[in-house]
Design a protein around this ligand. Structure first.
Ligand SMILES: *Cc1c(COP(=O)(O)O)cnc(C)c1O
Length: 245
């Protein structure tokens, strides 16, 4: 594990240098973007190495994995506080598994799912099992790719009045995934996400949409240039063989 730890420490320095560079290029404040380590392809030993390397925010795309890793980490003494978010497709029958465990659910991709989360949260608040509404992000499909989940911009505009009334969720921002392979297409996808956010935030006084969760291993610099506040990095964090361009 020592060699692995050295490799991901070194990689973290490279990632942070690129994050700082993109923030500077876009005249944004240092520290205004958070880096999530997406641990879906690795086990708890690699997560422990990542914690040692300095990461404190993790993302999982399957509820069972999130629950399993949190359980294994709970057995480890003297860990600094770490946060896990749910970033993947969430089926309604798995909602209960992540409530109270995922600090934020990034992948609320439909009104139906938002309502299902909200009603379960409210039930749990009433029974005293949960203290507060669940922080969530609304997943938007701004690239128009049919294979991607999420609200289309028009669906999101139409659903927003109802979404903003749901008492069991606290909407904190938007999330998207860009098409793979072309950085300029990715960049315009991120710009569209920011514009959609600005439009919705203006229309709904009091609604906080500060978080923009976008940017992955291949396109996080572009995402930061377009206002990302949280980049979700998997391979570039955990795979020493991944080529950071
Ligand atoms: C896997 C995954 C990531 C990380 O992808 P990489 O290309 O490995 O950085 C980010 N977001 C979501 C939703 C994912 O499923």
């Amino acid at each position: 594990m020592d060699e692995y730890l050295d490799a991901i420490r070194h990689r973290r320095d490279e990632i942070m240098a690129r994050v700082d560079e993109a923030l500077e290029r876009s005249r944004r404040a240092p520290g205004s973007v958070r880096v999530m380590a997406v641990s879906k392809t690795v086990g708890t030993p690699q997560v422990l190495a990542a914690i040692e390397a300095g990461y404190g925010l993790f993302g999982e795309n399957r509820p069972q994995e999130l629950v399993r890793k949190l359980g294994e980490l709970a057995e480890v003494s003297d860990l600094p506080p770490v946060r896990f978010d749910m970033i993947g497709n969430l089926q309604t029958n798995k909602i209960n598994a992540v409530l109270g465990r995922a600090a934020c659910i990034h992948s609320v991709s439909s009104l139906h799912l938002a309502e299902a989360i909200s009603s379960r949260v409210q039930r749990r608040i009433e029974s005293g099992e949960l203290a507060a509404a669940q922080p969530v992000l609304l997943e938007a499909n701004v690239s128009g790719e049919l294979s991607k989940s999420g609200f289309t911009p028009d669906e999101l505009r139409a659903a927003f009045p109802r979404l903003s009334e749901l008492r069991g969720i606290r909407i904190q921002g938007l999330m998207t995934m860009a098409p793979r392979g072309d950085k300029s297409v990715a960049r315009s996808t991120f710009a569209s996400l920011r514009e959609l956010r600005d439009e919705l935030a203006g229309d709904w006084p009091g609604v906080d949409l500060a978080e923009l969760s976008c940017g992955m291993s291949e396109d996080f610099s572009e995402a930061i240039l377009e206002g990302s506040t949280l980049v979700r990095l998997g391979r570039v964090v955990f795979d020493p063989a991944f080529e950071l361009e």
